[in-house]
Structure formats: C-alpha cells, structure tokens
Design a binder for this molecule. Sequence first.
Ligand code: MN
Length: 503
Amino acid sequence: MKPLSKSGIWLVTGSQHLYGPGPLRQVAANSQKIARALSASPAVPLPVAFKSVLTTDEEIRRVCLEANQAPECAGLILWMHTFSPAKMWIGGLSLLRKPFAHLHTQFNRDLPWGEIDMDFMNLNQAAHGDREAGFLHARMRLPRKIVVGHWEDPEVLDRLGAWMRVARAWQDLQGARFARFGDNMRRVAVTEGDKLAAEARFGYAVDGYGVGELAAEVKGATEAGVTRLCAEYADRYTVARELRRGGARHGSLRDAARIELGLRAFLERGGFRGFTTTFEDLHGLRQLPGLAVQRLMAEGYGFGAEGDWKTCALLRMMKVIGAGLPGGTSFMEDYTYHLHPSGSLVLGAHMLEICESIAAGRPSLEIHPLGIGGRDDPVRLVFNAPAGPALNASLIDLGGRFRLIVNEVDVVKPPRPLPRLPVARAVWRCRPDFKTACGAWIRAGGAHHTAFSYAVTAEHLRDFAEIAGIELVLIDRDTRLAELEKELRWNEAYYSSAPDPRR
Ligand code: MN
C-alpha cells in the first residue's frame, strides 16, 4: 500500500478556572502523560498530541476552528479531567467538522483509599465532568465514539485505535477524486446513485472520463517499461508457460503490462485514489483490464467494476482503515452458491478483478477466454483466499440517503480444488447462517458487489457510519431476521429526518 499523508489526533482536555492555576497545571501534565502513552501504544496507529486544557468559550471555539483547518488533524479526543461546564462547548462544537471520540477515563486508576481528600476529589472529576459533556453531545445530536475505561487498559487502547483508523480514512476521503472510465453498465440499478449527494455526505468526487483518454495513456507506455514490468511479473507470480518470454501468448502479457502502465500513469497524473471500468466500453483497449486492476488495488487504489463508483470509494476507504493490519481488502462479488444441507457456502469472485492482497500464497498469472467484452483474452492472477474471519460491505443509495450493509463471514478453504475456474476466488460461510444472512442482505437491498476485507472489522464500519451519519445494517452472529426487519422499518423513519451531522 502506498504511504498515506501524515496525520495525527489531538487530545483536548476540558476543565474550568474554579480550581485555580495549580490544579490546571496538573491537568495539563496528566494530559501530556496520557497523550505520550497513547502515542507509544502499538494498538494506536496515529500520533496523539496533547493540544491544550480548555477552560473558556473562546479557547474552545478557537481550537475547534483550528482543528477544522489543520490538514494533519484527523480528529479529536475529548476528555473532561475535571468538571467543565458544557455551555462553554456549544459554540465550538457546533463549528467542529472533524470527527471526535469522547474518552471517558480518569488519570488515577485506583482510588488512594488511605489518602483521598477533597483536593483529589476536585482534580479527578471525570466521573461527573464527562457526564456533563455527554449530556451536551447528546443534546446537540453530535456523532462521536465513546470509549470508557482507564487509559492504560488494552481494551481502551484497541477501541481508540480502531476509531483513529477510521478518522484517518475519513480524512483521506475528504477531497478524494475517483475516475470513472465510461459510465454505468447499461441498465444495472444498484451501481447507480446520486454522486452529488455522495460528495456532500462523504467528501469525495467522482468524475467521468472517456475510455479513449485511458487508451491514449496506454499507447504512451514505452517498450522498455513494458519489458521491465513483465520481468517483475515473472519475479512475483507463477507465470503460465504460454505467457512467458518466447511463449505463444507473451504478446498478451505485454498488452496487459501496457494497460497497467497506462492506467497507473493516468491515476498518478490526476491524483486519483480509485477508478471504475466497464466491459461495455473498452474502446481502444485490447483486453479488459484484469491484472492491472488486481495490482493497482493491492497498491491501495479503490476499484469498482461496471461503473460501480460507490464500491470503489468504499474499497479505498476500507483499504486506508486496514493499512498496516494483517489481512487484505478486495473488490468482491457474491458469484455462486454451494447449497448443501450440511451448510451452504458462497463462492465470491469476479470476472477478473480480485485484489492480490487477499491471495493465499503465490498467485498464478494466466490467460483465459472471457465470454463478454468482445476483446482479446485478458490476463489475470488466479488464487484462493485464505481461511479466516472476514466481512463483506455494501454501500447503497436508497434515494435521499445511503445505507451501509455489512455481513461478517468465515472464509473456508475450498472443500475441493477448482482446477477449471480461471479467476481468483474466496469461499465463505455467512454469519449467523446462510439463510438468515442472505435473507437479511436481500431485505436490506445489499448489492452483489462488495468491499471484502480480512482487516476491517464491524467496529471500524460502525465508527465510519457514525461519522458519516448514515445507517449501518450489521448482519453478524446475533442477527435475527424478524428483529432486523423491524430495525429497517424504524431506521427508515429515523433517517428520513436525521440531519447530516456536519451541516
Ligand atoms: Mn460485477
């Protein structure tokens, strides 16, 4: 994955002047110590800087505006070390555009039973200071994550760390641009949607380009560049004999390399973070981009097939969330089923475009015919995905609002070899079970395209939905269909009037 732009989190501590300068100095020193400890924790992915102790309306307003402007600030952690009358926070928090987490902690883990006096009580008042803050956040309907516990508790560090990953991904999405080569696959419904609403809600832009512009870039690839890339393929993959240098179809491998060079050049020049293609529009391309898409996804680009820009952006966002965590993240499609009485399985794949980051072992580089698209046979990487817990996520446009649908799954080793299947694939069992999961997914309107990940968790996506102010439908081991159907109805009422959290 390509390096992400630098970002960090600000720790902001609330207090008031009632206690005098001594306690406020202590509050600042304690906050500094916590910020240093958070930064040093391996569970915490971003540096945490102690920003300041805030005690007046003016200070709070200034820090919130500063956070909005600071490109390096992905979000704020708020904590009330002492009581901090929350009316002071209304002005600042109503201007804040960055995500925040409310850390409900206390500097001292244990009560000093033998020594505790009123000075200790006045200094360590988060138990009621954070309740005052929580009331105001609830009263203002502010989106936030609440993390409870001592700041050295590993579980607290994990919860904060998960939220920071999402804050960083949210920051990456703001101002991101995605290129759409061609339009939607004709007549497909679920890949459509309101790009203006998406830009207002999620902060990213989707812009269309004629595939001819990409073809021109592909034409510009140099023969030396193509030869170098083919050598890299030979290093990284088990290349089919016919595709190797001197093989009968080596020319097709060179065409694929040319497409990769052209596509990368186009994306880099435009500063794009993802792209979509459609096999109905390949004007000027000799084969449907398969290998190129697989490799660019592995570098961190979002991707959606058939013009699916919502999955493209979701995939980019999930790749940023998962950056540095074990397990890959890929574009995916629920393709076909194994409907067996002993437990049904889903075979996920696509025509070509499954990300190399989820390969179990060394991928095989092959060429096979493709029945659709009407071009030369495309080159692609073929592999299985490893067994383990993963999830599928789908973002849909319900008209007027978005819904994120997530299903936790358990990927299994394919029960038998698949020697004639010419594409990368994953085989999984749905949680809680096949019938409930698919019934819920279809009831909620989840798409056939998903972003599939071993690294991203339901917690991450819950934090994302909270920041974005969209509905999350989670299908996991606790899902019961009758309850989920009620949740969808209630959410319909709630989200039809819920304000966008940043307006
Ligand atoms: Mn598809």
